[in-house]
Design a protein around this ligand. Structure first.
Ligand code: ZN
Length: 396
């Protein structure tokens, strides 16, 4: 048994507790959470008191661990069209170091207090690291291909990867990459697969660039140009006159947990439409990746008002300097000081665990859970938020 305390403990499912005392067993399961209600805690035996705030382990709901070797390889502010070009043309730069980079990234994930990851995979390169890892992984086997003649082939390769995942007892599902990168035929194959399994979690990159909306609205623009330049037939693209999300939502099942990733250029109308359409919707925000690629952020003030569930992701090291949810929280606190930490810490914990269906174990300090325990040091108690000097000490 350990008794942990700090200036504040954030249980997440209830209000923060001043000098709260978290009691955990030898397996780090939560046994109790005590509110001392202004009584003196100094005399409590074996109490570990820390300067800062104690929060549950973080959930990174969007990452691409397999791309870790691309750290510092692509220039910042290339816009999404430039990033798509790079990831197609320069994907193999440094690939010989892929294994070492995955190992290093995993160590950083642990040090940064992340306990669970929604991880996109296009290959099996990360599978050996996920087997028996102390981190929980939900692997999204990602499928794409704009040529309908290729759809069956692409889908059957994806199924093979999915079966390999299952054979290794790893959690996962099959997901489409992005609105602009799949034929209707391929979208439908994935739709059928997920609709027949209500527990499978769907994730898709959404409105990461306004050029994505432009592609569907006008069949032109930077993304259209780069996809054609990379060899896509112009006939593969359909002008719908609608936003990218509105153009493809019918290819996503309504009842599954659905994670829309990025949403940097999602408008109020997209948000209302999506909230109505999906039963269990999660808006995953990757602020530092958005700044890296598009040099802009989603309208979080508006999203916080209209989105029921926001989660946080780091995206890959191809478009971020660190796999750190704390760093994402710091960016949000700097750019959107009006959104409280009490709100954003839910994005970093319970909302992500609900998205990945792991809320029985992770996301809050509820009795019986084993959520991981992080101390945030150098917390700004005046603003009751993280500061640029905040860091993580993993307590359990
Ligand atoms: Zn991504």
């Amino acid at each position: 048994m350990r008794k942990l305390s700090a200036h504040y403990v954030y249980p997440i499912n209830s209000a923060p507790i001043k000098n709260g005392i978290l009691i955990i067993d030898v397996e780090n399961k939560v046994c109790d959470l005590i509110d001392p209600k202004n009584s003196n805690i100094d005399s409590i035996e074996n109490l570990e008191f820390y300067n800062g705030v104690i929060v549950p382990g973080f959930i990174n709901s969007h990452c691409h661990l397999e791309l870790s070797y691309l750290k510092n390889k692509f220039q910042e502010k290339s816009k999404l069209a430039g990033f798509i070009y790079n990831i197609n043309k320069n994907r193999n730069i440094g690939v010989e170091n892929a294994e070492l980079c995955i190992e290093n990234a995993l160590n950083d994930i642990k040090k940064n207090g992340i306990v669970a990851v929604g991880d996109i995979s296009n290959s099996n390169s990360t599978f050996p690291y996920k087997i028996n890892s102390s981190i929980f992984f939900h692997t999204f086997i990602e499928c794409y291909g704009i040529n309908p003649d290729d759809a069956n082939n692409r889908f059957s390769n994806t199924i093979k990867l999915y079966e390999e995942l299952q054979k290794n007892n790893l959690n996962g599902s099959i997901v489409p990459h992005a609105p602009y990168s799949l034929s209707k035929k391929l979208f439908n194959l994935i739709y059928e697969f997920n609709q027949s399994n209500k527990n499978s979690i769907v994730s898709i990159h959404n409105q990461e660039s306004d050029e994505e909306n432009k592609l569907f609205k006008t069949k032109s623009g930077e993304i259209y140009d780069v996809l054609v330049k990379l060899g896509s037939d112009k006939d593969f693209f359909t002008k719908t006159g609608k936003s990218s999300f509105d153009s493809i939502k019918e290819y996503l099942p309504q009842k599954n947990n659905t994670i829309l990733v990025h949403n940097t250029f999602s408008q109020y109308e997209d948000i209302v439409t999506a909230e109505k359409y999906f039963e269990k919707l999660f808006w995953c925000i990757c602020p530092n990746s958005n700044l890296y690629i598009e040099n802009t952020l989603p309208d979080l003030k508006m999203m916080n008002k209209y989105c029921k569930n926001i989660t946080l992701g780091t995206d890959s090291l191809a478009s971020n300097y660190e796999l750190s949810i704390l760093k994402e929280l710091i960016t949000i606190s700097e750019r959107f000081p009006e959104i409280s930490f009490e709100e954003t810490i839910k994005w970093a914990t319970i909302n992500g665990s609900n998205a990945l269906n792991i809320q029985e174990i992770f996301g809050s300090f509820e009795i019986g859970k084993k959520p991981g325990i992080n101390l945030i040091q150098n917390f700004d108690f005046d603003k009751m938020n993280v500061s640029k000097n905040s860091n993580i000490k993993v307590l359990a």
